[in-house]
Design a protein around this ligand. Structure first.
Ligand SMILES: NC(=O)c1ccc[n+]([C@@H]2O[C@H](COP(=O)([O-])OP(=O)(O)OC[C@H]3O[C@@H](n4cnc5c(N)ncnc54)[C@H](O)[C@@H]3O)[C@@H](O)[C@H]2O)c1
Length: 370
């Protein structure tokens, strides 16, 4: 199959859909790979890195979209890209159609088959093509929070690990899922005193079994939160209620109980945030203050580390890219019902019931078009 990977054009997006390592595997499997010139620049992959693994470089997105049978990207296609999609073409990328009727209309009109990373599932549960970005955001959260805690950056002036004779920073992590666990591990590794709150007892048992030496956990109640909040130097928000806005666990009034200059890192900001005072910020101006408390609320945290994020995403997408290219999308989805869950649009039909319900549109099951 002819696989094409264009340069991402969404503002501040430096990731790329295929790494040179993925190109090598695809070429070895007998596929042709087209990369748009400069596509890997933001992630530190030069055109020469791709050609060394067997890719062909094409000058423009227009040439790439015209020639490739499958397009592999990171972000949802922008309006100009959607106009270049055609009937029978396969698109494999993040789509997030539920809040985006304009994109949905264009994809339906294109006649293309569109598989969304975010709805592909895994045999053991979870979302395997979202998890790598949660891992990145989780590990980045204490790093950004530690920076914001520094006095020159408006923070309380506390060092994560303390020093001999001086206690460490206290870090409270709300939600012990993928983001929260990775955040707690890194904060613990920096020497901080870390407590994770979650309201799932099975999850707390797992955290206790695996990480009891590195951080503590508590059941998430308003009382436990109030008790821990007044001692915290940093709070990392990492809760998720699937399909719903994040619960507001810390109100504005509760900020008065916190130490001045302490830091809130709201990773759940992409679901509306779990602090009442959170509003989305960008990498250009990531931190603001409310009532003496510093807030870091960047909605696309993995964008800060596009090289790591690109490789992590590529590791997760590669088996699916190879299956789709090797068998064709229909057979690959027949063989793997978890990949079939990713099917969102096919030949003018919405093929994801949840997306259809969110948009108030008719939709069919993926199985009905296989
Ligand atoms: N800002 C970013 O760049 C970025 C990047 C990746 C993920 N995220 C977001 O981070 C959030 C967490 O993602 P995840 O992959 O860790 O989800 P997850 O489902 O793995 O974990 C969420 C956890 O929150 C817990 N939870 C739910 N309600 C709670 C409550 N009231 N108190 C305590 N715990 C509660 C759940 O039991 C679960 O363990 C999501 O909103 C996700 O979209 C943001």
């Amino acid at each position: 199959m002819k696989i094409g990977c264009p340069k991402e054009i969404k503002p501040q997006e430096y990731r790329v859909g295929l790494t040179p390592y993925a190109v090598r595997d695809a070429v070895t499997a007998g596929h042709e790979v087209l990369i748009e010139a400069g596509a890997g620049d933001g992630a530190g992959f030069a055109d020469a890195d791709y050609t060394a693994q067997g890719a062909q470089i094409v000058d423009t997105a227009a040439e790439l979209f015209a020639d490739a049978e499958m397009i592999v990207k990171v972000k949802e296609p922008q309006a100009g890209e959607r106009a270049m999609l055609r009937e029978g073409q396969l698109l494999f990328t993040y789509l997030h159609l539920a809040p985006d009727p304009a994109q949905t209309d264009d994809l339906l009109a294109s006649g293309a088959t569109c598989i969304a990373y975010e709805t592909v599932t895994a045999p053991g549960g979870g979302l395997p093509l979202l998890a790598p970005m949660s891992e990145v955001a989780g590990r980045l959260a204490p790093q950004m929070g530690a920076w914001a805690l520094q006095k020159a950056n408006g923070g309380r002036g506390v060092l994560m690990g303390g020093v001999p004779g001086v206690g460490p920073a206290k870090v409270l992590v709300l939600g012990g899922g993928v983001v929260g666990t990775h955040a707690a591990r890194i904060a613990g590794g920096m020497g901080a005193d870390v407590t994770v709150l979650d309201r799932s007892l099975p999850r707390l048992r797992y955290l206790d079994d695996v990480f009891s030496g590195s951080f503590r956990n508590r059941y998430s109640t308003a009382g436990a939160l109030a008790e821990l909040l007044c001692e915290a130097d940093m709070v990392i928000g990492a809760v998720l209620i699937p399909g719903a806005a994040a619960p507001k666990l810390i109100s504005r009034a509760m900020l008065a109980d916190m130490k001045p200059g302490s830091v809130l890192v709201d990773v759940a900001i992409d679901q509306g945030g779990c602090f009442e005072t959170s509003k989305a910020t960008t990498h250009d101006d990531p931190v603001y203050e409310v009532d003496g408390i510093r807030h870091y609320c960047v909605a696309n945290m993995p964008g800060a580390v596009p090289r790591t994020s690109t490789i992590a995403l590529g590791n997760a997408t590669l088996p699916f890219v190879l299956a789709l290219a090797g068998k064709g999308w229909r057979q690959a989805c027949k063989d793997d019902p978890h990949l079939a869950e990713g099917l969102n649009v096919h030949a003018g039909k919405l093929t994801n019931l949840a997306v259809g319900a969110a948009l108030g549109r008719d939709a069919v099951t993926p199985a009905s078009v296989l």
